[in-house]
Ligand binder design. Structure first.
Ligand code: C2E
Ligand code: CA
Ligand code: CA
Length: 596
């Protein structure tokens, strides 16, 4: 089997591509990506679980999806079930036998002219001995188009070998069905819906609403209960949508978990009523194979003509409203608006740029001093990630960390942060000064995380005592047995763990006692109004008492003024952090702590 030297094929999450964090030598990742992206043919690589770990630009265009949407997903996330199963089986044969194969499919392009596409599949083994399935799509040489499928040009057909023609005939009929309706729900598919919309809409009505309805968390349903239940939910949602709208309204299925409704001759008030009805209808429990399931949907709405004049614009804008809705409040309704579109576009831009920012190491760290409550001497620095982009300006971590988590990029981001933070602490002369690094709950679910931490400490030749990892209270309390194991392993290499944002979650005190934590950071929310808010004073006092009882060191963060400092000092907390002692700044600002 041929071998391919791959540093990193793409921006796939580390858990997918190189969980151990070690990479092989060979053509540089950037060089390889540029080369593959320059190819005119759609090309991809899938791992043994059929997930895309590399896709080139041409394949993204072919799928009508962004790289970010595709990576880590499988054909089942995007294609109708039967189509996905055929592709899955074909791929599986190559994985099982190692034999390359060519499959033909008939695709119908925008002019409704079927084209024959050949998918070349072959198996490569990367330098870590993992199998990667490489696929390339090429248009068949003869004929380039078959003509409209309804009156196919017989002369053209006769030019091909009989065996090939038979294969095409079979695939054509199958494909033609996929081309117009969704096999699972029998609803119109995206293409048919758009065609119908453009031919009917503007001639017939003065106003209309487009609803894009997305099922919330269908992936969770699939993962937890299997694809059969997932499909059952989709069919049930389709039925309930049909029941919620008027007979004259048009219903289609856009993608895996998204539906679309066109309701003509209605204004936005009526549109809202329809959307409310849909939400109520879907909220009722669903009985599938004797079990009750509950799902919710989110709805994005665009109005014709104010939010667009053709199907493309309206569907895009309703989709944007849906994505905005899912970010703000799942299970709700959002109408398209300029504000929503600006925010949604910024989020999309961040999603597009984040993999590149990671690749080009354009994320940097700022450091904020943590001082002793006794004498204000610096005891440590908290590392806070920063990203300055030419077009987007300065981005706050609150803007991009949640996206990195959703996109599976948090592992890579976390590794970069840890590496930079450890490199920084080696430049600080006083060995008692430590670096405090924020860790996302997702990183803790990767059982190789402690190995990476140990390797990083070793690489920079620093002891575990110089590193503290901050874990939010909610992540700490959600920890299952596997995460506890991670905590224990980290503690065993001398790394101390800190509960961040303490007070914002609901800590189970007995659990807190058992976890190997060294300190808690009381959330700024409870510091801000000290000493004027009696309620916050009471909460602060109680929290300090609990922490002392549990033998945990206490950090008060977000201290900005003397009043706050006096209050917390009287309760003898251990460490202070806040603008009063120093803002987060680049490492060059802390020259005096540097080694000579
Ligand atoms: P956090 O861990 O609670 O970090 C403290 C935040 O409060 C920082 O915001 C800091 O700049 C800000 N801050 C510090 N002192 C004061 C003060 O006196 N007054 C006020 N008003 N604010 C103060 P920042 O840098 O925007 O970070 C926001 C959050 O992003 C962090 O909250 C943390 O949860 C997350 N974050 C930052 N860097 C990383 C990272 O490398 N990895 C992960 N997973 N999360 C990170
Ligand atoms: Ca923190
Ligand atoms: Ca905090």
């Amino acid at each position: 089997m041929p071998k391919l030297a791959i540093d990193r094929l793409d921006h796939a999450p580390k858990t997918v591509l190189e969980k151990s964090g070690r990479s092989a030598r060979g053509l540089s990742a950037r060089g390889l990506c540029a080369l593959i992206d320059a190819l005119p043919e759609p090309m991809w690589a899938k791992d043994r679980s059929h997930r895309w770990v590399m896709v080139n630009d041409a394949f993204c265009n072919y799928m009508g999806r962004t790289r970010v949407e595709l990576l880590g997903k499988t054909e089942r996330d995007f294609s109708p079930d039967r189509e996905a199963s055929i592709i899955w089986e074909n791929d599986e044969t190559v994985f099982a036998t190692g034999q390359a194969r060519i499959d033909e499919v008939v695709a119908i392009n925008q002019d409704e002219l079927p084209r024959v596409l050949r998918t070349h599949l072959s198996l490569l083994r990367d330098t870590a001995e993992r199998d990667l399935l490489i696929g390339v799509i090429r248009e068949a040489d003869l004929p380039t188009t078959l003509g409209p499928y309804v009156d196919r040009d017989e002369d053209n057909d006769s030019q091909r070998a009989p065996q090939e023609r038979r294969k095409l005939d079979r695939l054509t009929s199958q494909q033609v069905r996929y081309a117009f309706s969704d096999p699972l729900t029998q609803l119109l598919n995206r293409r048919s819906f758009m065609n119908l919309f453009d031919t009917t809409k503007t001639n017939r009505c003065e106003s209309a609403a487009i609803f894009v309805v997305g099922i919330d968390h269908i992936k969770l349903v699939n993962d937890r209960f299997g694809h059969c239940v997932g499909d059952g939910v989709i069919i049930e949602v389709a039925d309930r949508l049909r029941a919620s709208i008027r007979n004259i309204d048009i219903l289609g299925r856009l993608d895996g978990d998204e539906f679309i409704v066109l309701a003509e001759d209605i204004d936005s008030m009526q549109a809202e009523r329809i959307a409310d009805k849909i939400l109520l209808e879907i909220a009722r429990p669903m009985k599938l194979s004797q079990q009750d399931y509950r799902v919710s949907v989110s709805i994005g709405v665009a109005m014709f003509p104010s939010h667009g004049s053709d199907a493309q614009d309206l569907v895009r804008n309703a989709g944007m409203a849906l994505r905005w809705c899912k970010r703000r409040r799942r299970g709700g309704i959002e109408f398209y608006s300029d504000g929503a579109s600006v925010a949604a576009e910024r989020i999309s831009a961040i999603e597009m740029k984040l993999p590149l920012a990671l690749d080009h190491s354009s994320l940097t760290l700022h450091y904020q001093p943590i001082v002793s409550c006794n004498d204000r001497s610096v005891q440590g620095f908290e590392a806070l990630v920063r990203w300055q982009d030419d077009q987007l300006g300065e981005l706050t971590p609150s803007e991009f960390i949640p996206l990195a988590e959703r996109m599976g990029l948090i592992y890579e981001l976390g590794q970069t942060v840890l590496d930079q933070a450890c490199a920084y602490i080696t430049t600080v002369a006083d060995p008692k000064i430590s670096v405090w690094v924020n860790v996302s709950g997702l990183q803790l679910m990767d059982e190789t995380f402690p190995i990476f931490v140990a390797e990083t400490l070793q690489k920079h030749e620093i002891s575990g005592e110089r590193l503290l990892l901050e874990i939010t209270e909610s992540a700490a309390m959600d920890a299952d047995a596997a995460v506890w194991q991670v905590f224990d392993e980290l503690a065993s290499i001398g790394v101390r763990l800190v509960i961040d944002d303490f007070g914002t979650g609901f800590s189970n005190l007995s659990r807190l006692k058992e976890l190997p934590f060294a300190a808690i950071k009381i959330d700024q929310e409870f510091i801000h109004d000290l000493p004027n808010s009696p309620q916050d004073c009471a909460i602060f006092r109680a929290t300090v008492a609990i922490a002392k009882e549990l033998n945990l060191k206490i950090v008060a963060e977000g201290i900005e003024n003397a009043g706050q400092e006096d209050f917390v000092r009287r309760l003898s907390v251990d460490y202070l952090q806040g603008y009063r002692y120093g803002r987060p700044m680049s490492d060059v600002k802390f020259k005096k702590y540097r080694k000579a």
